[in-house]
Unconditional design. Structure first.
Ligand code: FMN
Length: 225
C-alpha cells in the first residue's frame, strides 16, 4: 500500500470542487494528536479556509515568491509565485516562542535555550505538516508545500506580529492537468493586465520537470541496513 502514490505538488486549484468538511475535521482532529517535545508546542498551525481567500491572496501576491521583495536578487528578476498558498485550505505553521533578551551573565544559556526552541518549532511543524499531508492524500485530497516566502512579512500579514511563519501546506482539490500532452509548465500571473511573474502548473507524476529529475535514487535517500 502506498499512501502517497498520487501525490504531486499541487499549485493550481479547482474551486468548483468543495472540500468536504468531514475531511478537514478528520485532519484537524489528528493534527491535535501530533507529537510535540514535552507538550511545549513551540509552534501552532493556523488554517485559512475558503472564506479567507483575500488573506491568502495578499500573501501570495506580496510576500510569497522566491525572491521576496527583490531583497536578494535585485529588481528585474522574474518572480515565481507559489499557488500552493491559494489552496481551498491553507495550513500555515507559525512560531509560538518569544525571542529573548539575554543579560550578559546568562546570554549563553539563554541563547542555547532559544536555539533549542527554534529547532523544536521547525521539527514539530514539519512533523505536523507531514501528518496533514499524508492524511489529506489518503482522503483523496491534493497537497502542496511552500517555504519560499518571507517569514516575518507573512506572519505579520496574517496578524501575528511577534511570530515567524515556518511552513505552508495547501490542501484541497487541484486542477487536473494530467491529460495535457505538451504542457506549458509555467503560467503567467497578471496584476492590472501586466505579467508580473510566473507560477508553475501542477506537474503530473508521469512528467518530469527539471527539479524532479534531480531526485536521487530510492537507495540513496532511504538506506536499509
Ligand atoms: C518543505 C518543502 C518546501 C517546499 N517549498 C516550495 C516552494 O516554496 N515553492 C515550490 O514551488 N515548491 C516547493 N516545494 C515543492 C518541491 O519543490 C517539490 O516537492 C519538488 O519540486 C518535487 O515535485 P513533486 O512534489 O511534485 O514531486 C516544497 C517542498 C517541501 C517538502
Amino acid at each position: 500500500m502506498t499512501y502517497l502514490e498520487n501525490r504531486i505538488t499541487a499549485r493550481w486549484w479547482d474551486y468548483t470542487r468543495v472540500v468536504e468538511k468531514e475531511k478537514i475535521d478528520t485532519i484537524i482532529e489528528n493534527l491535535y494528536r501530533v507529537p510535540s517535545k514535552q507538550c511545549g508546542y513551540e509552534q501552532k498551525c493556523v488554517i485559512f479556509g475558503p472564506n479567507s481567500y483575500d488573506i491568502k491572496k495578499n500573501i501570495y501576491d506580496n510576500y510569497a515568491w522566491a525572491d521576496e521583495n527583490n531583497k536578494l536578487l535585485g529588481p528585474g528578476v522574474v518572480k515565481y509565485f507559489n499557488g500552493q498558498l491559494l489552496a481551498q485550505y491553507l495550513f500555515m505553521w507559525v512560531t509560538r516562542y518569544k525571542e529573548v533578551d539575554g543579560t550578559e551573565e546568562n546570554w549563553a544559556i539563554q541563547k542555547y535555550r532559544f536555539e533549542k526552541r527554534i529547532q523544536k518549532a521547525f521539527l514539530e511543524s514539519g512533523i505536523g505538516a507531514g501528518v496533514v499531508m499524508t492524511i489529506a492524500e489518503d482522503l483523496g485530497l491534493d497537497t502542496g508545500f511552500s517555504i519560499c516566502f518571507d517569514s516575518k512579512n507573512v506572519a505579520n500579514a496574517l496578524g501575528y506580529t511577534d511570530e515567524y511563519a515556518l511552513v505552508a501546506l495547501g490542501v484541497g482539490y487541484m486542477q487536473d492537468h494530467s491529460d495535457v500532452s505538451n504542457p506549458c509548465l509555467l503560467k503567467a500571473v497578471y496584476h492590472e493586465n501586466k505579467i508580473v511573474g510566473y507560477d508553475n502548473y501542477n506537474i503530473p507524476q508521469h512528467l518530469t520537470d527539471k527539479i524532479r529529475k534531480l531526485k536521487p535514487s530510492n537507495e540513496t535517500i532511504v538506506e536499509i541496513r
